[in-house]
Design a binder for this molecule. Structure first.
Ligand code: SF4
Length: 370
């Protein structure tokens, strides 16, 4: 199975419960105009020009799936594509307390917590934070550059709901260029080996840039398989406002070209993105932005509208859900969103079956149980 059975079943039950009885207050933010009937701009066609499909019942149903929890923004690296160290320069030394993190976990209620940052392994109480979140029965994806696994692995206990997610954008030379420091790849690989030796589940997270050669990603995955890595997450780089070097980022057309062969990779390797999202990257499927599915919490509060762009920080999750004009975002609604295809903005649409076809269910099941 791609993920432990308890995780797959738990996520399925959570989605079903929220589909059947969505929280009414979270569905109220509607546009001022004729968009009121379709606040998420959910597209009724699989592709422009095709026959209309049925109107999906997920219209008017918003709820969180994955909380992006950033206990701190400090990092030991200055990666080229990272907006955090630039956007949060003024609060780079601040961090949330474990209590503040747990309040956000409880407030949001998402079944999966992605602990990110900054480099979360620099958070002094990372072991306690992970243990408390697991104590709530949540799944954890700990996103790290891998450089501190060797030193801090003793702070964690293996758990079927806990994954290290190590950032690797290529093989040694290109990964070290992307993180702007030599030796990072070697240390991350050491971290993966040590985590596996200690019985942890380990995935990797790869951002594909304009210059990325997909053959190199195939070589990287082939090598990581020899280390028994449990899965690979992949996402196209998107040039959002907090990042300076925009020439490394791709347009939608670039992304479709880059990912045109992704099915072959997905057959060969354990890619953790859903097949529907991969269809979206290839341009075979339209998906609406469902950024509300992956809310972000950090030292400034609940970041709206999404992980990438910031128009406001709210004190409470309730405010994020009810005050954000969700229908103002996504392709065609906000120029900043026009080329965005990142998994944290669109994977919830795929997971929730928005704009789905009958065959998607079969594909999703065989993906989940592979
Ligand atoms: S499309 Fe969605 S996820 Fe992407 S930048 Fe816009 S609001 Fe954020």
């Amino acid at each position: 199975m791609r993920f432990p059975l308890s995780m797959t079943v738990g996520m399925g039950a959570y989605i079903a419960k929220n589909k059947i009885s969505p929280r009414p207050e979270w569905q109220k933010t509607v546009a001022e105009s004729s968009d009121a009937a379709n606040p998420f701009k959910i597209i009724m066609h699989a592709r422009a020009g095709e026959a209309p499909e049925f109107v999906h019942p997920m219209i008017n149903k918003r709820f969180p799936l994955v909380l992006m929890l950033e206990p701190l923004h400090a990092c030991n690296l200055t990666c080229t594509g990272c907006g955090r160290i630039r956007e949060y320069e003024s609060t780079i030394t601040q961090r949330l307390s474990v209590e503040q993190c747990m309040k956000a976990v409880d407030e949001c209620g998402a079944p999966t917590i992605s602990i990110c940052g900054g480099e979360p392994m620099l958070y002094p109480e990372i072991g306690r934070l992970v243990s408390e979140i697991l104590g709530r029965g949540k799944n954890i994806i700990l996103c790290t550059n891998g450089m501190f696994i060797r030193k801090k692995v003793g702070q964690f206990k293996p758990d079927s709901k806990f994954f290290f997610n190590v950032h690797l954008d290529g093989l040694e030379k290109n990964h070290d260029i992307s993180v702007e420091r030599e030796g990072v790849y070697k240390e991350a690989i050491e971290g993966i080996k040590i985590a596996k030796q200690h019985g942890f589940k380990v995935c990797t997270n790869t951002t594909v840039y304009k210059e990325t050669d997909m053959k190199e990603i195939e070589e990287l995955y082939t090598y990581l398989e020899t280390l028994s890595v449990d899965g690979f997450l992949i996402s196209p780089a998107y040039g959002y406002s907090a990042v300076n070097q925009r020439d490394i980022f791709m347009t939608r057309e670039d992304v479709m070209e880059k990912f045109k062969d992704i099915d072959r990779l997905a057959k060969r390797f354990r890619i953790n993105n859903t097949p529907t999202y991969l269809d979206f990257l290839k341009g075979d499927r339209k998906l609406p932005c469902t950024a509300w599915g992956n809310p972000t919490y950090n030292v400034k509060g609940w970041k709206g509208p999404c992980y990438l762009i910031t128009d406001a920080h709210y004190d409470t999750f309730e405010e994020l859900m009810t005050k954000t004009q969700w229908n103002h975002y996504g392709e065609g609604n906000d120029p900043r969103c026009d080329h965005c295809m990142v998994h944290c903005g669109y994977e919830p649409s795929a997971a929730l079956g928005i704009n789905s076809k009958i065959t998607d269910t079969i594909k999703l099941m065989s993906w989940a149980f592979r």
